[in-house]
Design a protein around this ligand. Structure first.
Ligand SMILES: Cc1ncc(COP(=O)(O)O)c(C=O)c1O
Length: 386
């Protein structure tokens, strides 16, 4: 039986709890604006749907190689060559059940139990929860709106000096801020980690969704980082549970054995879909352009309504804004916004257990009409006393 000790360090994912409350309201016939969950509203590209129908009709869906279909891994080699000019060995690629499986595999394969692994605060909540539940020691590095929510190489040095780090996990573009480090900044981060003996894990799940400059991959700066990526965001495939990792040679076999035992293989149908998706960049770039427009519209409106730090982010599809002028309790704020305003948003405490009570994340990956509707409801909600 589980004892309470086992839940030390674990927290609920409030975005999912707000989603559950929103669904309950919808079941009563209320129309809710969904800005809480970080997933694209669009369908996958038509060619992806066709490929899946074909494989369902014609192929047996069985286990695949634990590292994924060879044809998908070859396509990923092409992707890195075309997008980044980097040559990847298909043997170093492991197809995963979303990037979520990639984190577990990376942590267990690269570190000893109890290793100290740094993440940013705010950051994606599952990082802390996975680290804690696997028996690692998370170290949070605070980043701020004043610095564009960017992690610096200097902060890594300082944190390591206070207590040595074994690993660092960074997403760029990031969740919940959408912040992205430049190519030179990423290069410096990779190099500082190498100098200090810190294993760098690059979460590249929001690649393809930069609003400006193209994202760099950590692979451009050497083959000692672990790169984790996913088809969930740019390729609009959250529910297909498919992603991949690129591993340093020394970790490939160990990670493969873990994947064989923990997951057997990624879903065969999703691997076929993913392979087709890699050829559909035109369609997905079009979706990205819509997010950029939604972001401009939403951040301008949030600014005018009096939310602090509301500015167009560097990438992804999130606005992470300061609500201090309205409330100092983001959970209560989001509950009331849902109850009285019919807008679902995510309380900042999901991403930052210390300062998150002052922040809310709005996801703008839905249709433009949904964003316009949400802005109107939000303004109405704020106009009434909270
Ligand atoms: C930064 C980041 N990494 C990883 C994930 C998990 O994605 P998936 O397991 O669907 O690939 C998310 C989901 O929101 C995310 O925001």
């Amino acid at each position: 039986m589980a004892n309470s000790q086992q839940f030390d360090g674990l927290r609920p994912f409030y975005a999912m709890e707000i989603l559950a409350m929103a669904k309950a309201k919808e079941a009563q016939g209320v129309e809710i604006s969904h800005l809480e969950v970080g997933e694209p509203g669009a369908q996958v590209a038509p060619q992806v749907r066709e490929a899946v129908v074909n494989t369902v009709l014609n192929d047996r869906q069985g286990y695949t190689h634990a590292k994924g279909n060879a044809s998908l891994r070859e396509k990923l080699v092409t992707y890195y060559r075309a997008q980044h000019g980097v040559i990847v060995d298909p043997d170093d690629i492991l197809v995963t059940n979303g990037s979520s499986a990639g984190f577990t595999l990376a942590f267990l394969s690269a570190f000893e139990k109890g290793a100290r692994i740094a993440v940013t605060r705010p950051g994606y909540p599952a990082y802390l929860n996975i680290l804690s539940s696997l028996g690692f020691e998370p170290a949070e590095i605070a980043i701020s709106a004043e610095n564009g929510w960017k992690l610096t190489a200097e902060q890594i040095r300082e944190t390591h000096k206070r207590a040595p780090l074994d690993g660092l996990l960074l997403a760029s573009p990031a969740n919940p801020t959408g912040a992205m480090v430049s190519t030179d900044e990423l290069k410096e981060i990779v190099s500082v980690c190498r100098d200090l003996g810190i294993r760098f894990i690059s979460d590249e799940i929001y690649h393809g969704l930069s609003h400006g400059d193209k994202e760099a991959t950590a692979l451009q700066f050497g083959d000692d980082s672990i790169v984790i990526n996913s088809f969930s965001k740019y390729y609009c495939m959250t529910g297909w549970r498919i992603g991949w990792m690129i591993l340093p040679k020394s970790l490939v076999r160990r990670t493969e054995i873990m994947a064989q035992n923990m997951f057997i293989s990624a879903p065969s149908m999703s691997q076929v879909a993913a392979e087709a998706a890699l050829d559909c960049r035109e369609y997905y770039d079009e979706q990205k352009r819509k997010y950029v427009q939604n972001g401009a519209l939403l951040t301008k409106a949030l600014n005018e309504m009096g939310f602090r730090d509301a500015r167009q982010s560097d990438g992804a599809f999130y606005a992470y804004v300061n609500i201090a002028d309205f409330s100092n309790d983001s959970i209560e704020f989001c509950q009331k916004l849902l109850e009285r305003g019919d807008v679902a948003a995510t309380p900042g405490v999901d991403f930052d257990r210390q300062e998150g009570h002052n922040f809310v994340r709005f996801s703008y990956a839905g249709a433009r009409a949904d964003i316009e509707n949400a802005i109107e409801k939000l303004a109405g909600f704020l106009a009434r006393p909270v």
